[in-house]
Design a protein around this ligand. Structure first.
Ligand SMILES: *Cc1c(COP(=O)(O)O)cnc(C)c1O
Length: 401
């Protein structure tokens, strides 16, 4: 069997049509869209057409789209840009404890500059309660930032309700929709969103390009300086090939969204059902129903997610775990801890994220191989050998599916 890629929340393979559409804008049509001459003009037109496609995909106007280098920069620009522009009105921001680090670390940076941030808790499924948002509001609140769908556990937030709370109180509302675009419907008007972050490489577009949607009337200051591109809101020569690819990728992703959501949800549910049937001491993380159609996140007690990943990799299966191994530490994910998981359970977690090219045969292979790997790893685990002893939970301890 060929290698099986189940890490689509980390990045996706660029669509062939998208990649070939981009090539022209590196070679024949290489102009800088800010130039006055014909080379500039012939790059400018397709950029503006891509902007229109992107706006249309989320129910926005083209002049509300600001191109960025991706989701991280869009999150930074939204959180910090709105904070700086509205400092005179207030210094308080509300966000959740399970945001992407691009939002969390932007908030932490603002705290060092005198802003106050409330990090709302989530329930055991990773859900933010809109009433908690309401109760956290003060006369100093200028921004609420809550992500649409979580990248680790796939929980979909009640964004529409949270947006309504913000709007009733005259507070701007930002949502990181990097994981939800192309997987569930996203419309800025239906969801009461004022600012939204997008990243093309999460839906078969190229890496290094994304945008911030900013509703007309939102006050935001730039966070970088040096040019008048994007009406001075985000300076720098436009990434023309990236923008062309982004436009085509979002158009395709939104068009195929309903069909992709139903086919991927079938595979997701098969994985969850079979793996939790075949393996003991396993727990589904995230919400049982309000969940991205492509996300499976399971915790296996008595083993380390890292060992699981290595064993799966040897079998040709690419997945992701819940600990931040990349940062050099073995701290469990802030998201899993916020859901109330113990460090031990959080360490044994595995994220499988589906994409448009995964087949049922691949899923069947994972269902066959993963229980064998778990059994092998547990056979080497002293924790597993001692599981019956005092202090350890029963077999169904952490089973909530
Ligand atoms: C991937 C991701 C980002 C970062 O996007 P980049 O384009 O890779 O910078 C931000 N938020 C969420 C929820 C993500 O999944």
């Amino acid at each position: 069997m060929n290698k099986i890629y189940l890490d689509h929340s980390a990045t996706t393979r660029t669509d062939e049509d998208v990649a070939s559409a981009m090539l022209e804008y590196m070679t024949d049509n290489f102009g800088n869209p800010s130039s006055i001459h014909s080379f500039g003009r012939s790059a400018r037109k397709p950029v503006e057409e891509a902007r229109e496609k992107i706006a249309q995909a989320i129910g926005a106007e083209p002049n509300e789209i600001i191109f960025t280098s991706g989701g991280t920069e869009a999150d930074n620009l939204a959180v910090r840009g709105v904070a700086y522009a509205n400092k005179k009105r207030g210094n308080h921001i509300i966000t959740s404890s399970i945001e992407h680090h691009a939002v969390l670390d932007s908030c932490k940076a603002l705290e060092r500059e005198g802003f106050q941030v409330t990090y709302l808790p989530v329930d055991e499924y990773g859900m933010v309660n809109p009433d908690d948002v309401r109760n956290a509001l003060t006369d100093q609140t200028i921004l609420v930032s809550v992500m649409h769908a979580n990248n680790e556990v796939g929980t979909i937030q009640p964004i529409k309700e949270i947006g309504a709370v913000a709007r009733e109180n005259g507070v701007f509302f930002h949502s990181d929709t990097v994981q939800s675009i192309g997987k569930i419907p996203v419309n800025v008007n239906e969801l009461n969103i004022d600012l939204l972050s997008v990243s093309a490489h999460k839906f078969y577009g190229p890496k290094g390009i994304g945008c911030l949607y900013m509703r007309k009337g939102v006050r935001m200051l730039p966070i970088s300086f040096g040019g008048s591109q994007e009406r001075k809101r985000r300076p720098g020569t436009l990434n023309v090939p990236g923008i062309i690819g982004f436009g085509l990728a979002i158009e395709k992703a939104v068009k195929s969204q309903p069909e992709q959501a139903s086919s991927q949800a079938l595979l997701r549910d098969k994985l969850i059902k079979e793996l939790t049937n075949k393996i003991d001491y396993v727990k589904l993380n995230g919400h049982p129903t309000e969940r991205l159609p492509n996300n499976v996140n399971l915790s296996f007690q008595f083993i380390e997610g890292e060992s699981l990943l290595l064993s799966l990799d040897m079998k040709g299966i690419a997945a992701s775990s819940g600990s931040a191994c990349t940062s050099g530490s073995l701290d469990p994910s802030h998201v899993l801890l916020a859901l109330g998981l113990s460090h031990e359970i959080a360490h044994g977690s595995l994220r499988l994220t589906l994409g448009k090219d995964n087949t049922e045969a691949e899923i069947d292979y994972v269902i066959q191989v993963l229980p064998e790997i778990v059994e092998k790893l547990r056979a080497m685990s002293p924790l597993y050998a001692n599981r019956g002893k005092a202090g350890h939970q029963s077999k169904e301890c952490c089973l909530n599916v």
